[in-house]
Design a protein around this ligand. Structure first.
Ligand SMILES: Cc1cc2nc3c(=O)[nH]c(=O)nc-3n(C[C@H](O)[C@H](O)[C@H](O)COP(=O)(O)O)c2cc1C
Length: 182
């Protein structure tokens, strides 16, 4: 009898495992990882826009790069793609309303908050803990989302501000998270 190749066995096992993972449980497990809350903004010829995003992380220091994952059907991705630039606004403890506004499908979210134009043309939100201006380095399509890798061109930081945090589907103020351990 011919034995199946090891590579084939691994692929089959992966497919079986995928089918066994319940979507709700998968979301719950991912939601048990605490993140901050950002608003990714961009301006293109058709206007300025933004979306609440928690799939943000730093990628490398040299060169300074970050990643955000944007659903392919978001308006924000359209503006990021068209302009090749974006900004990441890391929200502060008092900005729950801002997170809600930018999680909506309102056509004029920026009309509901204070902001100014960054050097790279993307909107920077008033009151954010930190902001990063980025040029799109690469984009990679993965299922429903686009991984957007941004090369950081400018940063601003308010060292004393507490962040907004997201945990188990709840946005709350991370008042005790102002200072690190190191
Ligand atoms: C806390 C939180 C985090 C979110 N993170 C993401 C994310 O990482 N990527 C994404 O595509 N959408 C994310 N969303 C959903 C978008 O904010 C939402 O789909 C928004 O309406 C998209 O707006 P747009 O289509 O106007 O760009 C998140 C929503 C919330 C409340």
């Amino acid at each position: 009898m011919t034995r199946p190749q090891t590579g084939m066995r691994q692929i089959d096992q992966r497919l079986i495992d995928q089918r066994q993972i319940d979507q709700r449980e998968f979301r719950a497990v991912c939601g048990s990882f605490v993140t901050g809350v950002t608003v990714v903004t961009a301006s293109s010829a058709s206007g300025s826009h933004g979306s609440t995003v928690n799939s943000f992380t730093s990628l490398s220091t040299e060169p300074p790069q970050v990643v955000v994952c944007l659903a392919r059907n978001t308006q924000t991705l359209r503006h990021v793609r068209a302009s090749g630039r974006f900004a990441v606004n890391i929200l502060a403890a008092g900005q729950t309303d801002v997170a809600r506004i930018f999680a909506s499908k309102s056509p004029d979210k920026l009309g509901q908050v204070g902001w100014h134009v960054a050097e790279n043309g993307a909107p920077l939100l008033d009151g954010a803990v930190s902001t990063l201006e980025c040029d799109v380095a690469t984009m990679q399509e993965e299922a429903t989302h686009m991984l957007v890798i941004g090369r950081v061109t400018a940063v601003r930081h308010d060292q004393d501000a507490a962040p907004l945090v997201f945990f188990r589907s709840t946005i709350s103020a991370g008042d005790s998270l102002q200072h690190g351990v190191g």
